[in-house]
Design a protein around this ligand. Sequence first.
Ligand code: MN
Length: 494
Amino acid sequence: MLTLEDIFKSFKLPLTEKRKKLIAEAYEFAESAHDGQKRKSGENYIQHSIATAITLAKIGMGSKTVAAGLLHDVPEDTAVTLSELEKNFGKEIANIIDGITKLGKIKLRASREEYFLENLRKMFLAMAADIRVVIIKLADRLHNMRTLRYLPPEKQQRIARETMEIYVPIANRLGIGEIKEQLEDLALQYLNPRDYENVKKLRTENYQKGEKYLKQAIKELKKELKKSGVPVIDIYGRAKHLYSLSLKLKRYDMDIARIYDLVAVRIIVPEVADCYEALGIVHKKYHPMVGRIKDYISLPKSNGYQSIHTTIFGPDGKILEVQIRTQKMHDEAEFGIAAHWIYSEREKMGWKKFIFKPHGDKVPKKELEWVRQLRDWQKEIGRDDEEFVEGLKIDFFKNHIFAFTPLGDIIDLPEEATPIDFAYAIHSEVGNNATGAKADGKIVTLDHQIKNGQVIEILTSKENKTPSRDWLGFVKTSKAKSRIKRELKKEEGY
Ligand code: MN
């Protein structure tokens, strides 16, 4: 059973008396409002509120957001009204909760595509009004997914699908890997239980086999880094989460031996320069695999992800991936936009203790693209809803389409994108080996213009195929273009 104390313990920000008081008050208010109500699991309702608050505290949200998390179901599910909440907790918290209540009133539409866009629009709309509304919805959904087994199977399917289609992409866009990965694994468990069990079993077996080498590599690398004077904040092994592993396994004919990042050694260092120094030391100790060094620090991924990845021949020649990043890059990968709260808060408080000094100690001027985008959306507050949705359609949905993989993963593409763009968006190898495509189950040509909401399946050949030069004539994404050109060059023997 979760308690108020558990929320305090999960708090990432310094817990001042003022914050503690606010959270304790919100807790007591929520507990008495939900008194006598039970969840489907048979637990007291307040358990759901606490679990939501804990997730928010863990990803580094402030005390107001955590308090709103505790109170988020009060106006919807109890006799207490919003104005009573406002009287007790002020306008800011009441507004957040109002946003959550409104967002909860999404109606199911007949057509799947429409339903998806409607949901996505509402999410973005709420985000524009206050991003905290959406972050609380994510934390709320995480606990609902964790207790999904208590609902009837039909509801489980609907909620799991909605999680994969709406909540996962939003968590991804906000960069909150910590929530995104948990949601994906939980949804997979219901949407494709056979896959889930298979992948879980495969991962456990292989993890056990590799554990010895992983531990040895960590020990050795620790020693070498220390000897060379590279400061290390943390070094540990991480297992790939199940959903991304299941996607990767499908691309590799379920051959787990070909997946090199099943477990990875993660090295967290203070400064960017330390990352490159650490990379040198890793490579001096263990031979790197050719063509597998990825510098996402100089060239961040489109969602802003930064790290250096390299694949090495570790102890006994065992293949291992090593990921090197600063604390700040790590926090941004795990907590996304919430990390910005943490870092700005740290500055205000002059507090250095809870996170090792990150490079520069300041949020860099060149902020991530999504932060800028969200800022722009936030400027829209105060505009009439209708008008704003129109604006969103133009700004955000213009030149954008969303297509689905057969597993329900969403691929964000420019308008008029083709199955080849889709294939390269999944993985270069899928692109290179593409031989045909299906849209909503029907065979289409490779230059087919994908429509919003279509499920696209890429047919690939097992032989090592090369892309066709003709593809360059119709692909829309620069990613596909550059990968095709690169592959053709290789073929011509440059
Ligand atoms: Mn809830």
